[in-house]
Design a protein around this ligand. Structure first.
Ligand code: ADP
Ligand code: ADP
Ligand code: ZN
Length: 214
């Protein structure tokens, strides 16, 4: 089961990807998490990526593509994976397709979690992310039972710098310009499935499970 998650920043891709990963026992691979881990560890890549992320811009393809595609060759990916946040541009999608074709594989589904821009700013301003393990919460829709402490690892929950309203607007315009075209790209391949992402997260997941098990 090889799945790509599509949708605006804050649409709930990560939330759904984690639920899919838990139910179907395939790894959740988030390009944003990989970059944030590099930032936290102070790597050269992390320093470069942060400059773009803080402005709400995409990290250039040459810093992104090999990093993510290499990850797919790990042993835990042999039964599939859920890609969350990658690809985000048509060139990234084409490079991924070419890399898969080389090894005789292809994606099974591109799942678009559809949420209008109006809902995104509230989603993002209420998102809280764990600095330790990357778990995400929402102050209204999915609060941590321990307040601003992570239920999973006990570390601190923060509002990501790039989730502040000014940056969210920029990320949304970048999404419409560079990432939304992927919806047509995967529709043309016949693997696009869309779900209404405005509903409760468990309802969204039920719709996704129905698609994956159809
Ligand atoms: P969200 O889940 O809110 O959409 P992510 O965690 O996926 O955010 O990404 C955070 C930031 O990391 C993006 O705004 C972008 O700067 C960078 N990033 C993540 N994935 C990619 C990618 N595939 N290509 C370019 N930049 C990326
Ligand atoms: P993405 O990975 O697409 O950027 P996230 O999964 O991190 O999005 O979700 C963004 C924020 O919205 C998080 O705070 C998350 O808890 C919350 N959220 C996710 N799905 C829903 C939903 N169906 N309804 C309400 N809030 C949600
Ligand atoms: Zn945590």
């Amino acid at each position: 089961m090889k799945i790509v998650m599509l949708g605006a920043p804050g649409a709930g891709k990560g939330t759904q990807a984690k639920m899919i990963a838990a139910k179907y026992q395939v790894p959740h691979i988030s390009s944003g998490d990989i970059f944030r881990a590099n930032i936290k560890n102070g790597t050269e890549l992390g320093k470069k990526a942060k400059e773009y992320m803080d402005q709400g811009l995409l990290v250039p393809d040459d810093l992104t593509v090999d990093l993510v595609i290499d990850r797919l060759s790990w042993e835990d990916c042999k039964n599939g994976y859920i890609l969350d946040g990658f690809p985000r541009t048509i060139p990234q999608a084409k490079t991924l397709d070419a890399a898969l074709e080389k090894i005789g594989e292809r994606l099974d589904f591109a799942l678009d979690v559809d949420v209008p821009d109006e809902n995104i700013v509230t989603r993002m301003s209420g998102r809280r992310a764990c600095v330790g393990c990357g778990a995400t919460y929402h102050i209204v829709y999915n609060p941590s039972k321990k307040g601003d402490i992570c239920e999973v690892c006990g570390d601190q929950l923060i509002l990501r710098d790039d989730d502040k309203p000014e940056t969210v607007q920029k990320r949304l315009s970048v999404y419409h310009e560079q990432t939304q075209p992927l919806i047509d790209y995967y529709a043309d391949q016949g693997i696009l499935k869309s779900v209404d992402g405005t509903r409760d997260m468990n309802d969204v997941f039920a719709a996704i499970a129905a698609i994956l098990e159809a």
